[in-house]
Design a binder for this molecule. Structure first.
Ligand code: THU
Length: 136
């Protein structure tokens, strides 16, 4: 699975978004270490706080199915599903990634016809994680 192929699956996932309130459609494609891919989209709610991001919906599907090792995630988003620039993961999604992923977990930020690769440690430096901060 190339980054470009994963990006295509994120773009496809964006089409599944339920975003009647913000209008921002977001898609994610999560690559597991065994090659399985899980797609996710944002799912909004009239009460706002129950809204879940595309990244977390992909992670939660994969985790439910028993996956614990992850290699990369592609993310894209934009108003009405039109990509005009990168749509980086929010802080809550970064912390969910931190729970399951290593420092070098790759995040492909899809832009307008291109993409940028960043690592989890770049997105979330000095992060809190159980295996280093809850070992006492
Ligand atoms: N959103 C995501 O799906 N992922 C992120 O990391 C940032 C924000 C969604 C939530 C909401 O439905 C919309 O984008 C606007 O915030």
């Amino acid at each position: 699975m190339t980054p470009e192929q994963l990006n295509e699956l994120a773009i496809e996932a964006m089409g599944h978004a339920y975003a009647p309130y913000s209008g921002y459609k977001v898609g994610a494609a999560l690559l597991c270490a065994d090659g399985t891919v899980y797609q996710g989209c944002n799912i909004e709610n009239a009460s706002f706080t129950p809204t879940v991001c595309a990244e977390r919906s992909a992670f939660f599907k994969a985790i439910y199915d028993g996956h614990r090792d992850f290699a990369a995630i592609s993310v894209c988003g934009g108003k009405d599903g039109v990509i005009s620039g990168s749509f980086p993961p929010c802080g809550v999604c970064r912390q969910v990634m931190r729970e399951f992923c290593d420092d070098d977990f790759k995040v492909y930020l899809i832009g307008d016809g291109t993409y940028e690769t960043v690592t989890l440690t770049q997105l979330l430096p000095h992060s809190f994680r159980a295996d280093t901060h809850m070992n006492g």
